[in-house]
Write a protein that binds this ligand. Structure first.
Ligand code: ZN
Length: 69
């Protein structure tokens, strides 16, 4: 499933949101503002458990698998 990264223009909060529809309205998790900008069109997929070495796998968007489960 597509997970996009957004940043709130009001408070600067960065969060990830699962977007099912293109026109879905996203609001800040922190201050509920609708002034949200989408960060780099990165699409993160769930970690499939394959490790590329160390403690993170190639499917992880964060520093470790714990951030993508
Ligand atoms: Zn905010």
């Amino acid at each position: 499933m597509p997970i996009y990264e957004f940043q709130c223009e009001e408070c600067g909060e960065v969060f990830e949101e699962l977007v099912l529809r293109k026109d879905e309205e996203v609001e800040c998790k922190k201050c509920k503002s609708k002034k949200i900008k989408k960060l780099v069109s990165k699409v993160a997929f769930k970690c499939d458990g394959r490790f590329s070495g160390g403690s993170k796998c190639s499917g992880c968007s964060g520093g470790s698998c714990s951030t993508c489960h």
